[in-house]
Design a protein around this ligand. Structure first.
Ligand SMILES: [Zn+2]
Length: 392
């Protein structure tokens, strides 16, 4: 692990920790926790969900210039009761009937999600969140409480159903991100792992709590591992309990993933949702001003930067620094830019060898955030003041 920042000459440079928001359990129309009645836990709200509950997420995302990841549950979006064909996915099994959740809000909300793709990413959480074996609810949809995966053909059928539900609403393609429901998961068993199946569906980003997962082999690095092209990162404990409605943010939050549940960000009166998200936006934006932290604008940026944060080494080299990426795996999921922050008394132009600066943004307090895209296959980067100029 790198020191938080490296001082050199008259500047300070950091590979900042990404901070990124993942909101779980989005997608229910009923809020009610049904767990006492063989139904899913849902969000625990005593009202129905509505378009305003999505609008507020887009509003928070816009304020932070972030494409928030929504880990979605989709059974209550079923227009045709197609889930009768997947009886383990719902509490009604072969008698599944979603009539009560069909109404104008479906198309209205689907249209909103289609128009706000740049701020709201649809991620996979589950079809019904739990698993119904002969009609009896068990936790959770893809793994049991001991971290044993459901049979592979059942997992595939559930994932196919998730994709079909998205298609019913023009919300494809299939997601690239997954959050295991109820943190029941496993990794480290390669070809027999859920990662193998997820990879077939195009999923490449996953976050969960590693200590709650069955580990057939330990993670490759603390808080970070990869398998079958899927990069798993430690999401840490949720910032607040899952069922706390309209939650006030804690004093402190940590990256890479700020894990929240939908009802944390909602008000019992949907017209007052904005009041709930305002302090969360304040907290995240304040944290992003620090040299050692930045707001990742999307899932790919968060995952890529976290891998650099954990695995890359920064050391003084000539007038600048060398960023050694030798320990990073070559995975499509990590092919985007990395981010460095520089604090300097007098701003000057910077250059990269082995890649190029694709964006830079002044952040106040003498700090600039640079996005650096490495050249293909390039493991060593040099980042320093432009040659031929000296600091003034
Ligand atoms: Zn959940």
């Amino acid at each position: 692990m790198n020191p938080p920042s490296l001082r050199h000459d008259d500047f300070e440079i950091a590979l900042p920790m990404p901070l990124f928001l993942v909101v779980e359990d989005v997608g229910w129309w009923q809020g009610r926790d049904g767990s006492a009645h063989n139904e899913p836990y849902r969000t625990g709200m005593t009202r129905r969900h509505c378009l305003a509950d999505y609008q507020v997420l887009a509003s928070l995302a816009q304020r932070m210039s972030m494409r928030i990841q929504l880990a979605m549950v989709l059974c209550e979006w079923d227009r045709t009761d197609m889930l009768r064909q997947v009886p383990s996915a719902t509490w009604m099994g072969g008698q599944w009937n979603n009539t009560g959740n069909r109404g104008p809000w479906l198309e209205e909300t689907a249209d909103f999600l289609r128009r706000h793709r740049q701020h709201l990413e649809i991620g996979l959480h589950g079809v019904g969140h739990e698993y119904w074996e002969k009609g009896n609810m068990q936790r959770a949809e893809f793994h049991d409480g001991a971290g044993i995966m459901r049979p592979p053909d059942v997992v595939r059928r559930h994932l196919e159903a998730f994709g079909l539900l998205l298609e019913q609403h023009g919300l494809g393609p299939f997601p690239q991100s997954f959050v295991p429901p109820a943190l029941h998961h496993s990794f480290g068993n390669g070809g027999a792992s859920m990662q193998r199946i997820l990879g077939e569906f195009g999923v490449c980003h996953l976050c969960t709590i590693f200590s709650r997962a069955r580990q057939y082999a330990p993670p490759l690095h603390e808080g970070l591992t990869w398998e079958c092209g899927v990069v798993l990162i430690e999401r840490g404990e949720a910032a607040v309990p899952w069922h706390r409605i309209g939650a006030a943010p804690p004093r402190c939050i940590n990256g890479p993933v700020v894990s929240l549940h939908w009802s944390n960000l909602l008000h019992q009166d949907p017209e007052r949702n904005e009041e709930v998200i305002a302090p969360w936006g304040d907290l995240l934006l304040a944290k992003a001003n620090e040299l050692e932290t930045f707001l990742a604008h999307d899932t790919g940026a968060c995952w890529t930067q976290y891998c650099h944060y954990c695995l890359a080494e920064v050391r003084v080299h000539g007038a600048g620094v060398e960023i050694d990426r030798g320990r990073l795996p070559d995975l499509a999921a990590l092919s985007g830019p990395l981010y460095v922050k520089v604090r300097e008394l007098h701003s000057r132009p910077w250059e990269v060898r082995g890649g190029k600066i694709v964006s830079s943004r002044l952040q106040g307090d003498g700090i600039t955030l640079y996005a650096i895209q490495p050249s293909p296959g390039q493991k060593q980067l040099y980042f320093g003041p432009c040659a031929g100029r000296t600091s003034s």
